[in-house]
Design a protein around this ligand. Structure first.
Ligand SMILES: [Zn+2]
Length: 278
């Protein structure tokens, strides 16, 4: 069994919240508690625990608890999940994780710089035992038993710069750093008025998202020709981290998104006959 790990040194980052539009300072602190604890400094250091039952989807994943909200968790959580960091304090002075460049690259780079250390506690891993498919209109998310953690994702957009993209790969640190972490979030110009009306994307800009007009990417070049599907994989990893343990299984998503990702997490946690701890 592998030990739980934390980071070796404190990490400080700051940036804009893509939805709130506010400037936010983020500090990641080593912890021996054996769990991920979030703190809102602006709310008297209130301690917020990750709970999939308290996640809402508002374009991004939003932790909504009585002690405070935290939005846009998924890219940071994806990075921590793949590094295997399961004991850490995430301190914020606002209600959102900064978006950085729209990818997980800044989180990956700083975590690699400071390094990790092992704790005496042991990790439990979830091993999928039975397959299942969640279908919603044209979208689906299935999971299957596997000796590895794998994701296969396909997307189809009626847009000439995206069209159909698919990618399948084992999710390990090496693949994550090279193939997934630099993939940025994306948005369509024609959706902006609607998002702003909903109070979302107030901090969105050409610096923190791939932006598409009706025909093309207006702020290229892309980091990968299929950066869109890679970002969907990043989001799925971040959402699967809500399982609270590493997972062995193959997840196949087609035209899915945060809502379906979260349904799969809740299904797994509510149906223990589909998996076992190893
Ligand atoms: Zn994302």
């Amino acid at each position: 069994m592998a030990p739980k790990t934390t980071i070796r040194e404190e990490i400080s980052l700051s940036g804009i919240g893509i939805h709130s539009g506010r400037s936010i300072n983020l500090t990641l602190k080593p912890s021996s508690a054996g769990e991920i604890i979030l703190r809102r400094k602006d709310l008297g250091n209130s301690e917020i625990r990750i709970d999939s039952k308290k996640i809402k989807i508002k374009r991004s994943s939003l932790l909504d608890t009585k002690k405070g909200k935290i939005q846009t968790l998924e890219h940071l959580l994806a990075a921590l999940y793949v590094f295997g960091i399961d004991s850490i304090e995430i301190e914020l002075d606002g209600e959102e994780i900064p978006i950085m460049d729209g990818s997980a690259l800044a989180f990956v780079q700083t975590i690699r710089e400071v390094g990790q250390s092992s704790l005496p506690q042991e990790k439990k891993t979830i091993r999928i035992l039975k397959s299942y498919t969640i279908q919603e209109n044209e979208a689906s998310l299935s999971f299957y038993p596997d000796s590895d953690f794998k994701i296969s994702y396909s997307i189809e957009f009626d847009h000439p710069a995206i069209k159909r993209q698919e990618l399948s790969l084992p999710i390990n640190l090496k693949n994550f750093i090279k193939e997934i972490a630099p993939a940025r979030t994306f948005g369509f110009l024609n959706e902006v008025p609607h998002l702003l009306k909903e109070g979302l994307a107030l901090g969105g800009s050409l610096e923190n998202a791939i932006v598409l007009d009706e025909e093309r990417v207006i702020n290229g070049p892309l980091h990968y020709p299929d950066e869109f599907v890679r970002h969907k994989i990043l989001d799925l990893i971040g959402d699967l981290s809500l399982l609270g343990s590493p997972v062995l299984g193959h997840f196949k998503a087609h035209r899915a998104g945060h809502v379906l990702h979260l349904k799969a997490v809740r299904f797994i946690l509510n149906n223990p006959e589909f998996w076992t701890y190893v």
